[in-house]
Write a protein of this length. Structure first.
Length: 222
């Protein structure tokens, strides 16, 4: 069973609105349905290109995957940003060498007086600490390091994510090249042409004289 996390993470009851506008989304219900259909078997989670979204929905998805007893294999193939990076912490995770991960502070909108602004700031800092737990549990880094990483809006390559312990493995890292083609990695044109001729040999060119001789021989036989 496989579930794809793509686009924006939104509450389940808002998915139809985004569908109406043709915007890709992932919801807690998507994950719950995939878990139910997996029926205790291994569940594959692909984070293709996900820009993040609503933190509570992301928390629900992370928690559901983390609690699933059948096992979860997560692959990041494009971008795991913001709340999507939290979901990536929910199980064994591999990341494409061309993919990226982005972690940052929680953000919100607020109107009102300075008391309202102070309360909003407190709530955002609490939310940062809550989400940082996903990084610390996965990587064993300290809370201070996780919060610093978020505070700087950190973009990570696959190798950097592996080095920090946020990702278990870079995809294809065990692959071995069959041959080295030198600088630039491209085959010389002469090699391409020779290989093409070997794969698709052409019949030898026939001259007009050969065609005349063949017709004459055929007439003599008749």
């Amino acid at each position: 069973m496989k579930v794809v996390i793509k686009g924006y993470i939104v509450p389940s009851d808002e998915k139809e609105i985004y569908d109406y506008f043709g915007v890709d989304t992932a919801t807690p219900l998507d994950v719950e349905t995939a878990i139910e259909n997996a029926n205790g078997e291994m569940l594959d989670v692909e984070i293709s290109t996900c820009y993040g979204g609503e933190i509570f929905s992301g928390s629900e998805m992370y928690t559901a995957l983390k609690a699933y007893k059948g096992g979860v294999n997560i692959t990041i193939t494009g971008l795991a940003a913001s709340a999507a990076s939290i979901i990536a912490m929910a199980g064994h995770c591999e990341m494409s060498p061309t993919a990226q991960m982005m972690v940052h502070n929680v953000s919100s909108e607020q109107m009102g007086n300075y008391h309202d602004m102070n309360k909003c700031s407190e709530r955002l800092q609490i939310a940062n600490k809550a989400l940082a737990t996903a990084y610390t549990v996965k990587s064993k880094m300290s809370e201070a390091d996780a919060l610093e990483m978020m505070d700087k809006e950190t973009w990570l390559t696959a190798q950097q994510a592996v080095d920090k312990g946020l990702v278990d493995k870079m995809m294809f890292s065990d692959s071995k090249l069959v041959a080295s083609f030198g600088a630039g990695g491209m085959l010389p044109r002469s090699v391409i042409e020779k290989t093409r001729n070997a794969l698709h040999p052409q019949p030898p060119a026939t001259s007009d004289t050969d065609i005349f001789k063949a017709k004459l021989a055929l007439q003599l036989e008749l």
